[in-house]
Design a protein around this ligand. Structure first.
Ligand SMILES: *Cc1c(COP(=O)(O)O)cnc(C)c1O
Length: 482
């Protein structure tokens, strides 16, 4: 993808795969989209997939699989214990991530449950570059607390030219260890392609610094590798020292700097399930105990053997630049075009999805009006594209009524190898229309359901008749278009 230049000078991403199986999608007329939105309580999580034209909610479990992954599924060994499929997964983990022992779990958050139950004590703190929702919840229910240590002025500034917004601020990390004491810190967590600040990478130099600090204090490093392939790819693009390294080399080096590596296979490896990997046999045994209670036997961990076979193959494909760069290149294209149109986006372009700064997009709405939630609803209404509200409403609120998230983002995810360029351009076109009509977007209120992951469950309601006014303007501008 990066090596092909077009004669006409056009700068578009070019795919190195072809579609062999396709799935029909429907674009409902706008009045039916409004009905679908009402039925889902204006919360994109609560909508039916059948009512969605382009599903840009998440990359989780929705990535396209390869022919070789599907082929691998046919040879699954369903043995309860000691499955051949699990051995092939162990080999793939060793070859690609360099770790000897594999602890399986049914999905990323289950891996987090296993890790926190095995290593976290009540009263512990976990310093990290930035939290992910499920991680923060598992730390919390096990009696601990997470501490975000990205540099706030860098990471929370949406329009930036900082290439590594996911870096941990090393001075803040040192202060944190001095304040709480190494004995209360089971590990320092580094999240690849930091999800909730816009899919922003950390640099290899930063990870090496973190390793040094950890060694000095005898603390483990935990690497959340859900979006590892893309972070590695951005290191090759952005960190001069690695410009000539292969993806395989960068992946191995990143993992070598961590004691425990875990990933949701819904992201890395384009399947479903999760893996925890380590070189420490004692740590593996500790985690195996939790797996045996909550997940399943230790050679499948709640996963289907077919998925395990596809995961092993998917891990090898994570070393393939032509596959891995597809997601960041589409996002780069989308973000650059959107910025050219004046739309406030998170820059530099990250991975996983293109992220809109909802506070700037809806600068007429205060945060208490939930601009990210309103914007996600408005995008669906004018396009049939489902996005994710990544603002105050979706973050870990800790049941504090005055809680405000660090950023108000709307994420347009690019499931890997799924969307075509014309679909991408359609999403961009409708986003531009909406931006030009943004003053019509009004407030949203949520019928607050307290508790964790409220974003998955809570219905919301628009304040006033702004959806009707947006629909009227749409019909005026698109008289004969869906
Ligand atoms: C998705 C994700 C998780 C959790 O994985 P699930 O399979 O959804 O439970 C953890 N960390 C990050 C960074 C993620 O993106």
């Amino acid at each position: 993808m990066p090596k092909v230049k077009f004669y006409t000078g056009i700068d578009i991403p070019l795919e190195f795969h072809r579609a062999r199986i396709v799935q029909k999608v429907r674009l409902l007329p706008i009045d039916e989209r409004y009905e679908a939105l009402k039925k889902g309580g204006f919360n994109t999580y609560r909508m039916d997939s059948a009512d969605v034209y382009l599903d840009m909610l998440t990359d989780s479990g929705t990535n396209a699989m390869s022919d070789l992954q599907l082929a691998a599924m046919m040879r699954a060994d369903d043995a309860y214990a000691g499955s051949e499929s699990f051995k092939r997964l162990e080999k793939a983990v060793f070859d690609v991530l360099g770790k000897r022992y594999v602890v399986p779990a049914h999905q990323g958050r289950a891996a987090e449950n296993v890790i926190m139950r095995a290593f976290l004590k009540p009263g512990d703190v976990v310093p990290m570059n930035y939290h992910f929702g499920s991680t923060a919840n598992h730390i919390r229910i096990n009696g601990g607390r997470h501490i975000d240590l990205v540099a706030p002025d860098v990471a929370f500034t949406s329009a930036s030219d900082n290439q590594f917004k996911g870096n941990i601020d090393i001075a803040r990390l040192e202060d944190c260890i001095a304040k709480y004491g190494a004995e209360h810190i089971p590990f320092i967590r580094m999240e690849a392609s930091t999800n909730l600040i816009g899919g922003q990478p950390f640099s290899m130099a930063n990870l090496m610094e973190v390793r040094k600090v950890a060694d000095r204090h005898g603390i483990k490093v935990l690497l959340d590798a859900c979006l590892l392939g893309e972070n590695a790819w951005l290191i090759i693009q952005r960190e001069p020292e690695y410009a000539h390294a292969t993806l395989a080399e960068v992946l191995l080096k990143m993992c070598s700097l961590a004691d425990i590596v875990y990933f949701s296979a819904r992201k890395l490896s384009c399947t479903r399930g999760a893996v925890i990997a380590t070189d420490n046999y004692q740590d593996k045994l500790k985690m195996d105990q939790v797996v045996a209670v909550f997940e399943g036997y230790v050679t499948y961990g709640g996963m289907s053997m077919k998925e395990i076979e596809a995961m092993a193959q998917g891990l090898y494909e994570a070393t393939d630049e032509e596959y891995i760069c597809q997601n960041p290149e589409f996002i780069r294209y989308f973000v650059n075009e959107a910025v050219r149109m004046g739309i406030p986006m998170v820059t530099p372009p990250g991975v996983l999805g293109a992220q809109i700064d909802a506070k700037k997009f809806c600068d007429h709405l205060p945060v208490k009006d939930l601009p990210a939630s309103s914007l996600a609803a408005a995008i669906y209404l004018c396009s049939g594209v489902r996005t994710m509200d990544g603002g105050t409403y979706q973050d870990v609120s800790e049941d504090d009524p005055d809680f405000v998230a660090d950023m108000e983002l709307v994420r347009m995810a690019f499931p890997r190898k799924v969307l075509t360029l014309s679909q991408t351009m359609y999403a961009l076109d409708r986003l531009k229309w909406l931006y030009d009509n943004r003053k019509l977007i009004g407030a949203i209120r949520c019928h607050d359901i307290p508790g964790m992951q409220r974003c998955f469950r809570t219905p919301m309601e628009p304040v006033g008749d702004w959806p009707e006014r947006l629909i009227a303007k749409f019909k005026q501008d698109f008289p004969d278009s869906l």
